[in-house]
Design a protein around this ligand. Structure first.
Ligand SMILES: [Mn+2]
Length: 342
């Protein structure tokens, strides 16, 4: 498990770097902000660094400004790129001695933020709940039974005998809510509900979080969603529904890809559909696949066909090619796989 080891590492180090995966979601940002605020209260110096900026939809979380992109942090990314393997440690700012990597199944998931860690040869603490976690880092606290990384951070706070401040509790509750699809996925255990209750007792603002997450959509986002819903397709051979987001269509609506993160659930919401899928054009010659399952099919396994992974009810993958090239073969492969039963 590694809870004690992870907590001990946080107690031992005085300057801690906290990072998480690219295309950050609510669990990333929530766990980073909750943990880093707690560490600051413990007297630690903390750098919070991600490859990508905080998406708009999470900018209501207290302390979100604490998250810096790798480029902002390093000043000039070219001087601090782990890909140029020269000893450039001295040119990297800061002097954190440990990196806490949250919600990431592999070190490759943090993308360019690895440039802040790898050249400096920091100790790495891997805190995650993905079943596909590859076990990187010197310290591993990985529990695939947990609903979210935020749930694990809550356990760490308890282990450190710290009561959470209301702002910290709100950040963690946000991550639990987003990673469980609002307590809808099977990853929601009685323990998850107890953690949520404790977070509310410690001052988490459930009503405020719910409003920010679900009742403040921009009208442009909803009209874009309307277009997507009209274009949704269903397989005649498997209980599968999907939608596709092209960059051209996003630009036409003045939207950012991060605003489409949750739309895949509409594909899943169709009666009789067991797997919902979203194709997202990435602009680098790749298409991102985002899978959701009602529980009968293991989408961690389905995403694995394309080199991806995640959880049994939520997973992702990246494939090379344009939307037009990728869509047909992916659907055919899934139809074949799903007709075998699971
Ligand atoms: Mn997560």
């Amino acid at each position: 498990m590694g809870l004690a080891e992870a907590a001990a590492a946080l107690e031992r180090h005085r300057h801690i770097l906290v990072t998480s995966h690219y295309n950050p979601d609510g669990d990333c940002i929530g766990s980073q902000l909750g943990l880093s605020a707690l560490l600051v209260r413990l007297g630690k110096k903390v750098d919070v660094i991600n490859q990508d900026p905080v998406p708009d939809r999470y900018r209501f979380l207290p302390g979100w400004e604490r998250v810096r992109t790798f480029d902002e942090w390093s000043g000039a990314s070219v001087h601090c790129d782990y890909l140029d393997k020269l000893d450039n440690t001295a040119r990297c700012p800061g002097s954190a001695t440990v990196a806490v990597v949250l919600d990431s199944a592999g070190l490759d998931r943090i993308g360019r933020a690895a440039g802040a860690i790898v050249p400096a040869r920091m100790e790495i603490v891997n805190i995650d709940h993905h079943v596909s976690n590859d076990g990187f880092g010197q310290v591993q606290y990985v529990d695939p039974a947990a609903s979210s990384t935020c749930e694990l951070v809550h356990r760490i706070a308890k282990r450190l005998s710290k009561t959470l401040a209301p702002e910290e509790a709100s950040c963690l509750l946000c991550g639990i809510i987003t990673d469980t699809g609002g307590f809808r996925y099977a990853s929601t255990s009685p323990a998850t509900m107890r953690v949520a209750a404790e977070l509310m007792e410690q001052g988490a603002d459930l009503a405020g979080i719910a409003t920010s997450l679900y009742f403040e959509e921009r009208p442009e986002t909803l009209s874009f969603l309307g277009e997507l819903l009209v274009g949704m397709k269903r397989s005649p051979k498997a209980p599968l529904a999907w939608m596709s987001v092209s960059l051209e269509r996003l630009a036409r609506h003045g939207l950012d890809m991060s605003e489409t993160e949750e739309f895949v659930r509409y594909a899943l919401s169709v009666r009789g559909v067991e797997v919902g899928l979203m194709f997202k054009e990435q602009g680098n010659g790749q298409v991102r696949l985002s899978f959701r399952s009602k529980g009968r099919y293991d989408v961690n396994r389905l995403a694995g066909i394309f080199g991806g992974g995640g959880h049994s009810q939520a997973a992702g993958a990246r494939v090379n090619g344009s939307l037009a090239e990728v869509e047909g073969p992916v659907i055919e492969a899934l139809e074949r796989e799903m007709s075998d039963g699971r």
